[in-house]
Design a protein around this ligand. Structure first.
Ligand code: BT5
Length: 335
């Protein structure tokens, strides 16, 4: 939001302020005050004109200015009703020199996951890409993916959704009928992995893209897809939504919390791994990790900086930095 417009908004949020007072405080003309007030009304803010002056009496439900107003993080927020992909838009902004921008869309028509997989993005979700330029070597970029997973988990937990993280980038919800996640022996007895995966549904995924220079990240785009106010019929079978878990949520507050948490984590990198471990569904589980070269099965022991999964396998300890991870059912007697 334009700086003076934000200052007008902040001033009238604390009670009525007369036009002349506003003009004097912000060192602009009274005509300029009026223009800013009209512009705020045009994007959905309620601005009452009372005898005592202008007063804020309504904030739009969602959108760029709505999320920016009251946001405790230094991001400019750009909102689009529909975009092919917020990550693609953020990459364009990166190419144009932008930074600390959060791109939001109500729906995406060409949303993408990792390896160019399709990402269902119906209207009502939170499709968000954060562009920043951290002073980090490219090899440390995965810590940003972990930070985004932690921020997303905290934001959805604050809405009452009991979510956790699957390495490296999925936020999952356990099906209520099997809250402990340790396996219901009557289900899918013959299929170790399908049985277990069906009990955890994907609520959010993260796609991190970046451009690196020799020893420093030029820009990084962290794309977060969160099934907020969408029907579970409109996302894949093994996915779920906040609507399904707790009903519709206030997306403005949700995104503000998510961005605030993400900003706090990126400025305190040492706090990321402990928080990730706290929310991890993966640690202590038997997992199968598919990398570009091999398939590794083992017990997930730990995650290490900047996001490496440590597995105990039949051939010893193995560390994996990139791959698709599946939670397996715990081994049962006789197997
Ligand atoms: C991810 O990929 O989980 C990363 C998803 C990132 C999406 C965000 S939305 C904002 C930004 N703009 C974009 O274009 N992308 C980012 P991956 O781990 O590869 O998982 C992809 C798989 O998840 C698909 O193959 C489907 O099986 C499943 N899937 C697709 N849409 C889904 C949805 N809405 N919810 C849950 N699972 C979904």
């Amino acid at each position: 939001m334009q700086e003076t417009r934000r200052a007008v908004l902040d001033a009238i949020a604390d009670g009525p302020v007369s036009g002349p007072d506003l003009a004097a405080r912000l060192e602009i003309s009274r005509a300029a005050v009026w223009k800013h007030v009209e512009a705020l009304r045009a994007v959905g803010f309620g601005v009452a004109s009372t005898d005592a002056g202008y007063a804020l009496d309504g904030v739009p439900d969602y959108g760029g200015p709505a999320v920016e107003f009251g946001l405790d993080a230094p991001f400019e927020v750009e909102f689009h009703p529909s975009l092919p992909s917020t990550n693609a838009r953020a990459r364009d902004l990166a190419a144009a020199g932008g930074t600390d921008v959060a791109v939001l869309a109500d729906e995406q028509t060409g949303g993408r996951g990792r390896l160019d997989r399709e990402w269902a993005s119906p209207a009502g979700g939170v499709w968000l890409s954060v562009l920043c330029r951290p002073d980090l070597p490219p090899a440390r970029a995965p810590i940003y993916t972990l930070a985004a997973a932690v921020a997303t988990t905290r934001a959805v937990r604050a809405e009452g959704v009991d979510a956790g993280i699957k390495w490296p980038n999925d936020v999952l919800v356990r099906d209520q009928w099997n809250g402990n996640g340790s396996g219901n022996e009557n289900e899918n007895e013959n299929n170790e992995n399908k049985g277990s995966e069906a009990r955890e549904r994907k609520l959010a995924g993260i796609l991190t893209e970046m451009q690196g220079e020799a020893d420093r990240i030029a820009w990084i785009v962290v794309g977060i897809g969160l099934n907020a106010n969408v029907d579970s019929d409109d996302v894949p079978l093994r996915a779920t939504s906040m609507r399904e878990a707790v009903g519709d949520v206030d997306r403005r507050g949700l995104v503000q919390r998510l961005l605030g948490e993400f900003d706090a984590l990126r400025t305190d990198p040492d706090s990321i791994l402990p928080a990730w471990r706290e929310f991890a569904f993966t640690l202590g589980r038997r997992v199968r990790v598919e990398t570009a070269r091999e398939t590794i099965v083992g017990e997930a022991m730990d995650v290490r900086f900047p996001g490496t999964l440590v597995l105990e396998t039949s051939e010893g300890r193995v560390s994996v930095s990139v791959g698709d991870c599946e939670h397996l059912r715990p081994a049962t007697n006789g197997r």
